[in-house]
Design a protein around this ligand. Sequence first.
Ligand SMILES: [Zn+2]
Length: 303
Amino acid sequence: MIIPRTCKDTLTALEIHHGDLVEFKKTDGKVWRMRLLDTGARILSTTLKTPGVEEPKGMTVFAFHAEVEINGAPHRLEREVGSNRSFYDPWVVDGVHLWLDAVDALFEFMQETHAPCRLQENAKKSLPPRRHARFALQDAGKRICPEPILPWCPLPPDRISIDLCYRGEDCWLGAYDGASAHGGLDINHPRGTLLSAPIDFDNQFLYNSTDLGWNNNRWKGQRHWGDGTVWILDTSHMVRLTVPEHRPLAAGTVYAEGAGVYVGDHDHTHFGFTVLDHGELIRLDPWILFWQMYRDASEGKRS
Ligand SMILES: [Zn+2]
């Protein structure tokens, strides 16, 4: 299938099948073409007796890859999850930033029992059960959104490291108990750490709260961008919100005391990132937001 997309102010998120051809029209009007040829995943190390079967505090590091052809040239994109390499820079190929977010093959040895993160199911019987790979794309000359992204929480110096992700595993897709892909990014910080809006939100609210009998306080903020894309950023485990819900929130405003409810072994906040793009809700690695946050912080924007 040919999937046409035009570069916009916010990054483009999409999930595709083997054989699909993405035609991405860049800012300069040139069309950048990527065909997905193959995908795969493998375990690099594990403490599990049986790969794929959770054990308390089990640890697994794995790799996944996509074979693609970009403007006629072959590329092998390979990622690692569960190590410091989880916090990666996008590939830059022919003027496009390319994030390989996930492949469905990794769910041959991982489960999806720790928040949604798997690729979409296909309703049509003529298609494979799931999409094969998830990508985010952006013209390399553009940011991932048209505004600076402010720190969501105090940023760890330099870059996030895997030891800050709960028990050293809960990055995006990381192996909770060695076998459950983590549907978010955990950052350990003390109870009460202040969380701030990284971007302007149109609306924001708790969708689960201890006040209403849930075991956790889970919040989401929504932003409708001028290009039609909607971003949903979410956080969990906050002690309390510090702002009224169901109203806009300006970038930089403190909205919660984080990391104190239902946190398990380590005080941490769980971060999530979902994009509504071309009518599809696509969950992405929150690291992509942090990647831009670090770049913006280093350039001193809005400081
Ligand atoms: Zn988490």
